[in-house]
Design a protein around this ligand. Structure first.
Ligand SMILES: NC(=O)c1ccc[n+]([C@@H]2O[C@H](COP(=O)([O-])OP(=O)(O)OC[C@H]3O[C@@H](n4cnc5c(N)ncnc54)[C@H](OP(=O)(O)O)[C@@H]3O)[C@@H](O)[C@H]2O)c1
Length: 249
């Protein structure tokens, strides 16, 4: 018997990275999982990779029309939603004085506004017992050069988990933030960092991490599973850090 038998889950941004790793684990635990992303070919490959139990809906979380379409699909096909992992996000770095109006709107529009409206559109499909997980970052509580906009969006999501806890706790819906440390995905490559910069960051992060390694998508998937199931039924409004101890020392 799986830990998520009979559950319906949406994972945004699950064509790659930690979203994909989480979709695989959720399906293995018995959930029906709807994954999203902007690239149809990547979504098709992910559905093949995950296998039976997964379906893909193409959409950009910064588009309210796409989010309406996602909601309409979930409602028509499943009638309810038990788990939402609001995971989609971008991490474009840039020094403070070089951040343009467009850069600012791009990152805020996806990471904060897009995640805010993902939750707003889907939350009324959730019965009591529902679990929402917001993918934040340890950068939301740190100061890192070149990450002013990104880090602020993640701090905003951490705040959102608290506000929604006050509003939806009485309805039996839990909202937690999951804050990854350095996780081995393609996000940095996709956002323009060179191979040399990525190698250097991995070396530095590994050296600074008490548990002596950087994280994997599966580390995040296992934590998302904990937050999605009744094993965490009395936990809401928190930010759970998954970073091998990196931000604690
Ligand atoms: N990797 C890390 O070290 C790290 C650390 C802390 C937090 N995080 C957070 O973890 C989350 C997942 O990142 P990842 O590392 O797994 O990176 P990733 O491999 O780049 O995955 C990002 C996923 O989000 C999708 N996505 C991006 N923008 C989207 C949009 N506007 N609408 C819908 N889907 C979108 C991407 O697909 P498309 O591009 O095809 O849309 C992809 O499926 C992000 O929120 C990120 O900020 C990552």
């Amino acid at each position: 018997m799986g830990k998520l038998d009979g559950k319906i889950a949406v994972i945004t941004g699950a064509s790659t990275g930690m979203g994909l790793a989480t979709a695989k684990l959720f399906v293995r635990e018995g959930a029906e999982v709807i994954i999203t992303g902007r690239d149809q070919a990547a979504l098709d490959a992910a559905v093949l990779d995950i296998g039976k139990g997964a379906e893909a809906i193409r959409g950009d979380i910064s588009s309210l029309a796409d989010l309406d379409a996602l909601r309409a699909h979930v409602e028509a096909r499943h009638g309810r939603l038990d788990i939402l992992f609001a995971n989609a996000g971008v991490g474009k770095p840039g020094l403070f004085e070089e951040v343009s109006d467009e850069d600012f709107d791009f990152t805020v529009g996806i990471n904060f506004k897009g995640t805010f409206f993902t939750v707003q559109k889907l939350i009324s499909l959730m019965p009591a017992g529902g679990s929402i997980i917001l993918n934040t970052s340890i950068q939301g509580v740190r100061g890192t050069a070149g990450l002013s906009v990104y880090s602020a969006t993640k701090a905003a999501l951490r705040s959102l988990a608290r506000s929604l806890t006050a509003e939806y706790g009485p309805k039996g819906i839990r909202i937690n933030a999951l804050a990854p440390g350095f996780i081995d995905t393609d996000i940095m490559r996709r956002n323009g960092l060179s191979e040399e910069m990525i190698r250097e960051m991995k070396t530095q992060s590994t050296a600074h991490t008490p548990l002596g390694r950087i994280g994997t998508g599966h580390d995040i998937a296992k934590t998302a599973l904990f937050l999605a199931t009744d094993e965490s039924e009395f936990i809401t409004g928190v930010e759970l850090t998954v970073d091998g101890g990196w931000a604690q020392v």
